[in-house]
Design a protein around this ligand. Structure first.
Ligand code: FMN
Length: 175
């Protein structure tokens, strides 16, 4: 059985989770940018940072899979908003559904991890995207704000880190 951890990370929080998972499971972790032949692996664990609902690199990477009937696929998202919130979790899952084939979506075990953000490190484009998002949600009445909106408002222009390696335990059990 050959296993691989593949990660998509812009600013390193997803990479940190991937490396820790790799350390705990002895499975090699590589960036989606460096995956050579994904069909050589039996078990694929994909970790991706959330960017406007998209899981970084996931669609591009999993699209290359040919036959998944005997494979195990695990997907874990890393985002800023609290994945313990059911509405947030459902939103993330619905977004994932639109990014991969029905076959993979039905087969995959999906998990959610919390990352962080450091505004001083964001690219100009990402900073602008967050500013637009912040401006769109900051004046919404509280009852109309989602958990995601609140996470954006509370962390805007700050440096926050919600990384919790113990949240990897459920993924390790699944592996
Ligand atoms: C432009 C932008 C869009 C983002 N979109 C989302 C999002 O849709 N949902 C979410 O939970 N977090 C979102 N985030 C927060 C990132 O998912 C979070 O910072 C994550 O830890 C990034 O992973 P990385 O450090 O591996 O790149 C966004 C961050 C940026 C900069």
């Amino acid at each position: 059985m050959s296993n691989i951890i593949i990660y998509g990370s812009h600013y390193g929080t997803t990479k940190q989770y991937a490396k820790e998972l790799s350390r705990k499971t002895n499975i090699e972790a590589i960036s989606f940018k460096n995956v050579q032949e994904i069909n050589n692996y039996d078990n694929i664990i994909y970790l991706g940072g959330l960017y406007a609902g998209g899981v970084l690199g996931m669609s591009k990477t999993l699209k290359k899979l040919n036959n998944i009937s005997s494979k195990k696929i695990i997907i874990a998202t890393v985002g800023l908003s609290d994945p313990r919130d059911e509405i947030n979790k459902n939103n993330i899952r619905n977004n994932i559904k639109n990014q991969i084939s029905k076959e993979i979506f039905e087969k995959a075990k999906i998990f959610h991890l919390r990352g962080g953000i450091d505004y001083s490190k964001l690219s100009f484009v990402h900073k602008t995207m967050m500013k637009l998002l912040y401006n769109a949600v900051k004046n919404l009445p509280e009852e109309k704000q989602t958990t995601e909106d609140r996470a954006v408002i509370e962390t805007y222009n700050k440096k926050v880190n919600f990384i919790d390696f113990s949240s990897l335990d459920k993924i390790i059990s699944e592996i």
